[in-house]
Design a protein around this ligand. Structure first.
Ligand code: UDP
Length: 371
């Protein structure tokens, strides 16, 4: 089988790393296309290096002046590579603009190909829905699912979303878990050796970890201001440091708004994976608007307070390991209070470290039908 993987952002690199390792170890023919959606070293290169992502990588350089130029340039460049390389599968992960651009490029190239030559579009982490169309990621997910031929939803819950969306007809769909469970299985113990707690002078389970980067949290002035005020209140109430590895887009907004943190919030640069994993694992709880953190925290058994009003990781809410508190101070304080008192159990819904093998085996057997 000939595989093309389109990726660029931090979560894509992390979650696709086990599959890339598997393809390498099995000596399958594959190559990567990097759209450079994330282009800062600390958001991208650091992860390519850490996960030893090597092999043939095509770098495309879309104009990032606007999302429109990003899409049009990326689709054009990716389509050109696909026409030349003729992969049997094109794989995308999650809900990024990069994933959608890859999918659109393959779909357009397919219009001029005979059925037997068409590129099969594969969506890993399919079926997630926040039911909030104001989120650009929700639009991306829905279109990617509609355009894909092979879907790998993590859970039955996500499979049911696909069913409700009429997204199963003429597609091959397999519930497999989430490859983040493979990543955590591989690195959780290794991360214990990371020195980040010592470096930041932190005590296990005696600090809160914060991340923020979504437009709804950081581009809406009243939301970001409310969150920063709430972090200060939390710091005072619990006397716990609040550690905040700041995303570059959040850093820009904070600067523009001239927000002050005082001593209550410790802002640091984005961390490489092992340091971040260690910090997450040993935190009392995480407060975040990230999609991926809701999964990772629940697998590690760390409570999560989600700083959003909708979530596509609804299974974590159902399992009571995540509380969606939005931007409202009272709701956030109540959620923290609840989790501060009570321990949570690790959840198993995302698999136990064999998700990549399942995906690989399915692709291998499907490739026989297509060759
Ligand atoms: N992450 C990291 N370093 C950091 C912050 C996050 O390695 O400083 C990892 C985190 O463990 C998770 C991923 O980046 O696997 C989440 O990325 P992000 O929140 O940017 O994206 P989302 O999951 O919201 O799409």
């Amino acid at each position: 089988m000939k595989i093309c993987i389109v990726l660029s952002t931090r979560p894509e690199i992390i979650k696709l790393s086990p599959l890339i390792r598997k393809l390498k170890s099995q000596r399958d023919e594959f190559y990567l296309i990097n759209t450079n959606q994330h282009f800062l070293d600390k958001m991208s290169k650091v992860f390519f290096d850490f996960f030893k992502i090597s092999g043939k990588i095509y770098n495309v350089n879309p104009d990032k002046k606007s999302q429109a130029t990003f899409f049009s340039d990326s689709v054009k460049s990716i389509a050109k590579i696909l026409k030349k390389k003729k992969p049997s599968f094109l794989i995308v992960q999650g809900d990024t603009n990069t994933g959608l651009a890859g999918c659109m490029a393959a779909s357009l190239v397919n219009r001029n190909l005979q059925n037997r030559d068409k590129i099969k579009i594969v969506h890993i982490e399919s079926g997630l829905r926040s039911f909030d169309d104001t989120m650009p990621e929700e639009i991306n997910r829905k279109i990617i699912d509609q355009m894909s031929h092979i879907l790998f939803p993590p859970t039955k819950f996500d499979f049911n979303n696909l069913k409700k969306d009429n997204c199963l007809k003429f597609k091959k769909t397999f519930i497999v878990g989430n490859t983040i469970s493979d990543v955590l299985k591989r690195y959780e113990l290794i991360a214990d050796k990371a020195k980040i707690l010592k470096k930041l002078k932190l005590k296990k389970k005696k600090y809160f970890l914060v991340t923020l980067h979504r437009p709804e949290s950081v581009d809406v002035k009243k939301n970001i201001i409310s969150l920063f005020k709430t972090f200060k209140v939390l710091n005072k109430k619990y006397n716990y440091p609040i550690i905040f590895p700041i995303h570059p887009r959040t850093k820009d907004k904070v600067k523009k708004l001239n927000l002050s943190f005082g001593k209550s919030i410790k802002i640091i640069e984005p961390l490489e994976y092992l340091d971040f994993l260690k910090l997450m694992k040993d935190s009392k709880l995480v407060l975040s608007d990230s999609g991926g953190l809701q999964e990772e925290a629940s697998i590690l058994g760390v409570p999560c307070v989600t700083l959003r009003t909708t979530t596509e990781r609804q299974i974590t809410l159902l399992r009571n390991v995540n509380i969606m508190a939005g931007y409202n101070q009272k709701k956030i304080l109540n959620a923290v209070k609840k989790f501060h008192k009570k321990k949570i159990k690790k959840i198993k819904d995302f698999g136990n470290g064999n998700v990549t093998d399942k995906i690989y085996r399915k692709l291998k057997s499907l490739s026989k039908n297509f060759s």
